[in-house]
Design a protein around this ligand. Structure first.
Ligand code: 2HG
Ligand code: ZN
Length: 470
């Protein structure tokens, strides 16, 4: 309470926007899974880029580390304190400044949630091209900072593809304003793309100009049960070739379906148990989506002959019901315990081999652990959630990530490195790669104030204890 830094911050943002009460801070200090948490020095909630700049200058003067935070929906520990940092919450910078319905663009604060953005954009028949299950809480600033992926990547790309302009504050308090001007701009380095996926280690994003896409009025969702992963992959390839308006191709496995059904009370859409479930969504301006799904089903070998099964949603409620089987995996898993969450991508052709070997990779270090696997089939992006690995978290993580590296995959497809994967960065990024990344980090944040320990383990440093000076 007598921390002199908190006193300085109060002068900048107002007393009510510096949170020191442990009970009030708690929501900012623990991640969604409960796996990552730490006590912060305080939580500061600036209301503008200028205030962010003053906050960062004040923190730099005290050598106080800062953890930028959006909606706190991250899954790799990159947005919560490790212990002793100032949490810089962007939630107050959440204004919608301008929506241009003709250009399909929005200018808004970094702390705006995806849900609130889509509600406002929806009035103009528009939405953000990135969508994800955490839409109610995830903020656009956090989504850019982590280059979020989600369920529509195959159609619209990841979050970096939506960035048309940005405003951000560097660790030394200087404001970079690249909000306006033509999106088509090759006059030097693209700093917005550098910040996308930088996980709060290079700058604090304060405002964004984002591309919007049309809300397509007609959509159809189908769920298939496939006898093998190979058959599921073949099905996904067929759907990609068949439809030019495929916007999601997701998968889950029978253990995950059981868990979601147990957690939500949903019924099983199929009579028998399949090795892999694949969910597709198409969306269009034209109304013939159901007919086209029916046509597609006619082209799938084995369907209707008992070798594969498929069902499609008849109305919006049905679509929601099918999507829930996929989207409610995360919460169903959380209700069973604190999972080790891995987010990997595997070259599509090696995916069956990965699925064969991953359980062995887990149980060899944690015999009673179980892996629930689901994700984005079109992106070959698998979410490997391990329950019951208590005490063996690091060993299990290493074991699975080494398998991923051996198969030439990615150890973090869309969630980022955070602190959860920082020890394993070298598995898939070369020393030369990492040297360039470190040089960039040093150039933008020479004092190592911003999110120390995230991405690179050894940028973590002892945090200066409060109360010196003055
Ligand atoms: C999803 O695809 C999210 O639903 C969360 O990326 C994945 O909980 C997870 O592991
Ligand atoms: Zn995902």
């Amino acid at each position: 309470v007598n921390d002199p830094l908190a006193a300085v911050l109060r002068e900048i943002v107002g007393t009510q926007n510096v949170l020191v009460d442990p009970g009030i801070r708690a929501a900012f200090e623990t991640d969604w899974t409960r796996r990552f948490h730490g006590v912060s020095r305080c939580v500061v909630r600036p209301g503008s880029a200028d205030e962010v700049a003053m906050v960062l200058r004040a923190c730099a003067a005290e050598h106080a580390a800062v953890v930028p935070q959006g909606g706190n929906t991250g899954l790799v520990g990159g947005g919560v304190p490790r212990g002793g940092e100032v949490v810089l919450s962007l939630l107050r910078i959440d204004g919608i400044e301008h929506i241009d319905p003709h250009l399909g663009e929005v200018t808004c604060g970094a702390g705006l949630t995806l849900g609130a953005l889509n509600e406002a954009a929806g009035a103009h028949g528009l939405r953000l091209g990135v969508d994800l299950a955490a839409r109610g809480s995830a903020t656009v600033g956090g989504m850019v900072a982590t280059n979020a992926g989600g369920i529509n990547v195959l159609r619209y790309g990841m979050m970096r593809s939506q960035v048309l302009g940005f405003e951000a504050v560097l660790a030394n308090g200087s404001v970079i304003d690249r909000l306006e001007g033509p999106a088509k701009d090759n006059s030097g380095y693209d700093l917005g793309q550098l910040l996308a996926g930088s996980e709060g280690t290079l700058a604090v994003i304060t405002r964004l100009r984002l591309r919007l896409v049309p809300v397509l009025p007609h959509s159809a969702v189908a769920l298939f049960g496939a006898p093998t992963p190979e058959a599921a992959i073949d099905l996904a390839q067929r759907a990609r070739a068949h439809f030019d308006d495929l916007e999601a191709a997701e998968f889950f496995l029978p253990e995950g379906l059981d868990l979601v059904r147990h957690h939500t009370g949903a019924s099983n859409p199929f009579r028998r148990r399949w090795a892999m479930y694949v969910l597709f969504e198409i969306a269009s301006r034209k109304p013939d989506v159901l007919e086209r799904f029916a046509e597609f089903m006619d082209t799938v070998p084995g369907l209707g002959e008992g070798q594969m099964d498929g069902t499609f949603a008849q109305d919006a409620m049905d679509r929601k019901r099918l999507w829930a089987l996929r989207e409610r995996h995360t919460e169903a898993i959380n209700s069973e315990g604190v999972p080790v969450k891995l987010d990997v991508a595997i070259p599509l052709a090696r995916l069956p081999r990965f699925l064969d070997e991953v359980r062995g990779a887990v149980t060899s270090f944690a015999p009673s652990a179980r892996a629930i696997i689901f994700g984005h089939l079109a992106d070959a992006n698998l979410h490997v959630n391990i329950l019951g690995a208590d005490g063996h978290e690091e060993a299990v993580t290493g074991s699975v990530l080494r398998l991923v590296a051996a198969l030439k995959g990615s150890i973090s497809a869309e969630h980022g490195i955070g602190i959860a994967k920082s020890h394993w960065l070298g598995l898939t990024r070369s020393p030369q790669d990492i040297a360039v990344m470190r040089a960039i980090k040093r150039a933008l944040d020479p004092e190592g104030i911003l999110n120390p320990g995230v991405i690179f383990t050894d940028t973590a440093r002892p945090v200066t204890p409060p109360a010196r000076r003055r």
